[in-house]
Design a protein around this ligand. Structure first.
Ligand code: 3HC
Ligand code: NAI
Length: 695
């Protein structure tokens, strides 16, 4: 019964059409693999069948192996076994690729003698993004089809290509508009008329290409992703296409595949894959709820964020009106946008015509009345509650009924802003990250009164913008910035207790971040935090002293580092060391040598503790949601899965015990583990036990 549901076989004029139907994405589950193997065997045995076409129903061709089976005991037949059955089949096989053919899906198609694809569909080997290598012959058959260097680039980058590019590379033989089945049937019949099956891909090395071109490509990809263990294995496997017989290369590849699946980094990357997808389905929002249609957007405030947000909409094809209070500010904002696009064109990453189309979607207006026709308004004015409340009260009288009203506030109370209107159900936070046209994270802040339709509108829109929307609740700093504040506080404390900026930054880079907190602060400008601290009556002795000395970061040539020549690479500055030591002395803090392990743990563990509190309060629904925030908003290294995943690997008991020890050693009371974390530690439970406990 089940096999028939997963795979149907029909015969069209002596060609067997094997049609895969395993929603949602036709992943190659154990049952589907068995059904495929059996169907091929039956077609071989049936004298009336001359050829086989492999087709699929649904939105993809085949999205690859079933990732949820990884890490569990392997079930026979494996995908390589299915490919062996296809190789041994004496009758020609043709793939009719009607949707994405990814990973094992492309490998299946490479086991055929010809491939016909629908225009625009994606083909690729994304395994590397899961920390594994193509395990079913992608690293052997693709090099034999398009050359080792080009195949290596596809497997090592994991980036898919469109059917049109695949045609020019030689991966597919034909691209058609719409259903590829008729063309695939024609090809199958033509091949069958030849009397025998053409040379199988596994048997020919003629197209591998020159070895030195492959080695040059190998050196390049190895440099690009030093933390991903799969890249070296992919290189080794493709190289073996030159050196080893096919079967030997395959068994070596299979062994590497099974080893990588067990690697902690691959496990973390798989967690990321599922966490990203789970985050798309906000807790407490039924799948049936649809967002409202959005065809025109207004963005209020044409500063750093407003400009980037407007670009995000324009880039996604959505017309937008940028609104300022004064014509000069509007002009400045529009010019900055034009300049940003011009830079992309100069760099060659954007075609001039596309720039023109995007710019044409961005209009400007002075005064809030310009928001009257918008389906969605995003406010991005100064971070000032009274100002935002006044503006939302005015907007209430201007925006059309049913328009979604969003604030981009970083820290402020979204409910207090919604309360300034008579339509709090239409209000929520859409917290973009800087630069808004680049960063993928969108924290969608659900207020107490936000309606399900309003929430769904923001989530759907986030996806349309190519962002990763994560629904969060109202609190100071939401998920990302609230956790960041704990890290920032410890970074400052570590300086006072004995560390230097370069040591703190090096620890985080060793952990896997691209940049440490101080290099990052220099890049963003130290004055932002200074202004906020002054407004809220807080202090950070070292950071304040640097600002008072006029060291505001890269823009003034000096910050935590010295940027002497005006470049972006700072060097440690003895004057900063003196300033830090003097500050410690002034505060009566005895400096001591601090090792890298302590630096790393004091930066990372408090974030995990804050994450536990965030989960307990229901500000984030799932540990994976917190991870996605940090992966896409703060460049948390993907192979470490995210802060809560990392905390879960360490274990809540370990995190709590280390924090307690550091609290005692440093005398910093903020390091004591929270009640939520202590409870998990006591009960021996993991972070998902906190999900929804407050609701
Ligand atoms: N295995 C198991 N589940 C999968 C899956 C896979 N390969 N691919 C997608 N899914 C699930 C998702 O988890 C999601 O489940 P949910 O609805 O319960 O959240 C559902 O299918 C739909 O997925 P998306 O939300 O991602 O759907 P989209 O339409 O946005 O994207 C896609 C479709 C482009 C195919 C995307 O799902 C994707 O990139 N999938 C993974 C592709 C991949 O990495 N393949 C390689 C697998 S490894 C392999 O093949 C090894 C081989 O070499 C032996
Ligand atoms: P900004 O100072 O660069 O821009 C604010 C803009 O709002 C200015 O151009 C100003 O002229 C305009 N403005 C002020 N009052 C106005 C009014 N009444 N009508 C129309 N325009 C008005 O500030 P930035 O950095 O863009 O921040 C904007 C908001 O985004 C703030 O709430 C901030 O907290 C938030 N945010 C900032 C991030 C960042 O990294 N800068 C990241 C995420 C959110």
């Amino acid at each position: 019964m089940e096999e028939r549901a997963l795979l149907s076989v029909t015969v069209e004029d002596r060609v067997a059409v094997l049609r895969i139907a395993n929603p949602p994405v036709n992943a190659l589950s154990a049952a589907l693999r068995a059904a495929l193997r059996d169907a091929v065997a039956q077609a071989v045995a049936d004298q009336g069948i001359q050829a086989i076409v492999l087709a699929a129903s649904g939105r993809t061709f085949v999205a690859g192996a079933d990732i949820s089976e990884f890490g569990k005991p392997p079930i026979s037949p494996s995908l390589p076994d299915v490919l062996v059955a296809m190789d041994e089949c004496p009758k020609p096989l043709v793939a009719a690729i009607s949707g994405a053919a990814l990973g094992g899906g492309l490998e299946l198609a490479l086991g055929c003698d010809a491939r016909v694809a629908s225009s625009g569909v994606k083909l690729g080997l994304p395994e590397v993004k899961l920390g594994i290598l193509p395990g079913a012959g992608g690293t052997q058959r693709l090099p034999r089809l398009i050359g080792a260097a080009a195949a290596l680039e596809m497997a090592a980058s994991g980036e898919p290509v469109t059917a049109e590019t695949a045609l020019s590379l030689g991966i597919v033989d034909e691209v058609v508009a719409g259903d590829p089945l008729p063309a695939a049937l024609r090809r199958a019949r033509a091949l069958a008329e030849g009397g025998q099956r053409p040379q199988r891909l596994r048997d020919g090395r003629e197209r591998l290409g020159p070895r030195d071109a492959f080695e040059a490509a190998a050196a390049k990809v190895l440099r690009r992703a030093p933390d991903n263990p799969a890249v070296a294995s992919i290189v080794e496997s493709v190289r073996s296409a030159y050196d080893l017989p096919f079967d030997e290369a395959m068994s070596q590849t299979r062994a590497m595949f099974l080893r990588l699946v067990q690697d902690d980094r691959s496990k973390a990357l798989r967690h990321v894959f599922f966490a990203e997808r789970a985050a798309q389905q906000p807790a407490g929002l039924s799948r049936e709820v649809r967002g409202r249609a959005v065809s025109h957007v207004a963005v209020i405030g044409a500063g750093t964020m407003g400009g980037g947000i407007a670009m995000s909409f324009a880039n996604a094809g959505i017309p937008v009106t940028l609104i300022e209070a004064e014509p000069e500010a509007l002009e400045r904002g529009l010019q900055r946008i034009a300049q940003n696009y011009a830079t992309s064109v100069q760099r060659g990453s954007l075609a001039a015509e596309e720039r023109d189309r995007r710019l044409a979607r961005i209009g400007g207006g002075v005064g809030l009345e310009n928001a009257a026709g918008a389906d969605l308004v995003v406010e991005a004015v100064f971070e000032d509650l009274a100002l935002k409340q006044k503006l939302f009260a005015q907007l209430d009288g201007i925006a059309r009924p049913g328009a979604v009203l969003a604030t981009n506030t970083s820290y402020l109370d979204v409910d207090a802003i919604a309360g300034a209107t008579r339509r709090p159900d239409d209000v929520l936070g859409m917290h973009f990250f800087s630069p808004a046209n680049v960063m993928k994270l969108l924290e969608v802040v659900r207020g107490a009164g936000t309606s399900p339709e309003t929430l769904a509108t923001a989530v759907e829109l986030g996806r349309r913008l190519g962002k990763v929307p994560v629904v969060v609740g109202v609190c100071h700093g939401f998920v990302g910035n609230r956790m960041l504040a704990r890290r920032t506080a410890q970074a400052e404390r570590l300086l006072l207790e004995g560390a230097l900026p370069e040591q703190v930054d090096a620890a985080l880079v060793a952990f896997g971040f691209r940049m440490g907190p101080f290099a990052m602060a220099d890049l963003a400008g130290l004055d932002i935090g200074w202004r906020i601290r002054k407004a809220t009556g807080k202090t950070a002795p070292v950071a304040d002293a640097l600002c008072e000395a006029g060291r505001l970061g890269q823009k003034t040539g000096k910050g935590y580092y010295d940027y002497g020549g005006g470049g972006r690479q700072g060097v440690p500055d003895p004057a900063v060391r003196d300033l830090i030591e003097a500050t410690s002395a002034r505060l009566g803090i005895a400096r001591r040598a601090i090792g890298q392990e302590e630096v790393t743990e004091r930066l990372i563990l408090p974030m995990i503790d804050e994450g536990a509190r965030i989960l307990e309060e229901g500000i984030a629904a799932r540990p994976g949601d917190v991870d996605v925030v940090w992966l896409h908003g703060y460049n948390w290294p993907a192979w470490r899965g995210g802060p809560m995943y990392h905390g879960s690997r360490l274990g809540p008991a370990y995190v709590a015990q280390r924090l307690e020890a550091y609290a005692g050693q440093s005398g910093d009371p903020s390091l004591h583990p929270s009640a939520a974390l202590r409870r998990l530690a006591r009960e021996g439970r993991d972070f998902d036990a906190l999900s929804g406990t407050a609701r």
